[in-house]
Ligand binder design. Structure first.
Ligand SMILES: [Fe+2]
Length: 350
């Protein structure tokens, strides 16, 4: 299984994972052999990359939540956010249902090194992003040994942290160039809008609403909207801010390509104690893998290979490839295990 950017796709390649539209429908199933017309459609829909390779191999790569749950979560969020846009409110119950399933699955898979392999089109950004922020927040919440109730409140807050974006004009949200000062001020209002929308839900914990309000606050006071510092920011919002920043950095956006996970993790590490709670950064770096399966890497000795497994945090298994241009995972190639140190420069991602 290999992540391949759409511009590098060629007819005859096989899709390793199913591709869904933002409303949860299947666009192309795992196992599909790509044709020119399919590749065109992927480009038109705005998918930056897809997984190529044997679907049976892809199915063996475990993730914190199942593909089915991920797409159900994106679907209910899509419906919820659409309802807010039209009527100013939405039904919390389906979102709560799926969030409980997500918590259960993350707990069951808590031995799995976390990497998130969703591929989303530009239109899907908010939904896929919200699901990832929720999963990463649950992972951190589990590491902090939060009880079930707090875990649920954290997860609901993380899932709905950007609901205020429904109140921001699309021309600002989807702008492909840098926002000007006026637009930026408008964009920043989504935090307060989110809080106001969630406070209308008496059945939702106030802590969840505060995640929406405070997820852009930073512990050194450099965040918005209120410039809160340290534990003036609720723990759940401090958790969501790390998850939000990481997922935003690694995602492709209309205006730029995402950065590889290992570089995003380095950036988060660099902001430890400045923008982010140091203890939470340490937990995050221990939980999330820098080189997910499917990444092509160059090792320090110049060998090229594909990451095929993350048996535990800090360790990756790389299957060596005959040359850099090799497209498919060579099933019979030799593998090497690498032990990564947080302070060492790891393999170079190709
Ligand atoms: Fe946000």
């Amino acid at each position: 299984m290999q992540i391949k950017r759409v511009e590098a796709l060629k007819p005859g390649m096989q899709l390793a994972r199913t591709i869904y539209t933002s409303d949860g429908r299947i666009l192309l199933s795992a196992g599909t052999i790509l044709r020119e017309s399919y590749i065109k459609r992927l480009i038109e829909f705005g998918y930056p990359a897809v997984y190529i390779g044997d679907p049976a191999v892809a199915a063996r790569v475990k993730e914190p939540i199942s593909e089915v749950t991920r797409h159900k979560a994106m679907k209910v969020l899509h419906e919820g956010f659409s309802a807010v846009k039209v009527g100013g409110t939405f039904d919390l119950a389906p979102i709560e249902d799926v969030v409980y399933s997500m918590i259960d699955e993350v707990i069951i898979n808590s031995d799995v090194a976390v990497h998130l392999t969703d591929i989303r089109s530009h239109d899907d950004y908010t939904f896929g992003h919200s699901v990832n922020v929720c999963v990463l927040s649950i992972v951190m919440g589990i590491a902090l040994e939060l009880d079930q109730r707090n875990l649920a409140e954290l997860a609901m807050g993380a899932m709905l942290h950007d609901v205020g974006k429904t109140q921001i004009p699309e021309k600002i949200l989807l702008k492909s160039s840098k926002l000007n000062a006026v637009e930026w001020e408008e964009m920043k209002r989504h935090a307060r809008f989110g809080f106001d929308l969630l406070r209308l839900k008496p059945e939702l914990s106030a802590k969840a609403a505060h995640v929406a309000y405070q997820h852009h606050e930073r512990v050194n006071g450099s965040g918005y909207p209120r410039g809160l510092v340290d534990d003036e920011i609720h723990l759940f919002a401090r958790i969501a801010s790390v998850a939000d920043t990481y997922d935003a950095m690694t995602s492709d956006r209309v205006y730029r390509k995402g950065v590889p996970p290992h570089l995003a993790l380095q950036a988060i590490a660099g902001l430890r104690g400045l923008q982010f709670d140091p203890e939470l950064v340490d937990i995050f770096l221990k939980s999330v893998v820098p080189y997910p399966p499917g990444c092509k890497v160059e090792l320090a000795n110049g060998d090229v290979g594909m990451v095929v497994d993350n048996p535990r945090p800090g360790e990756i298994v790389v299957r060596l490839m005959p040359h850099e241009e090799a497209d498919e995972l060579e099933a019979e190639g030799p593998t090497v295990s690498l032990y990564l140190r947080a302070d060492a420069v790891g393999p170079r991602m190709l």
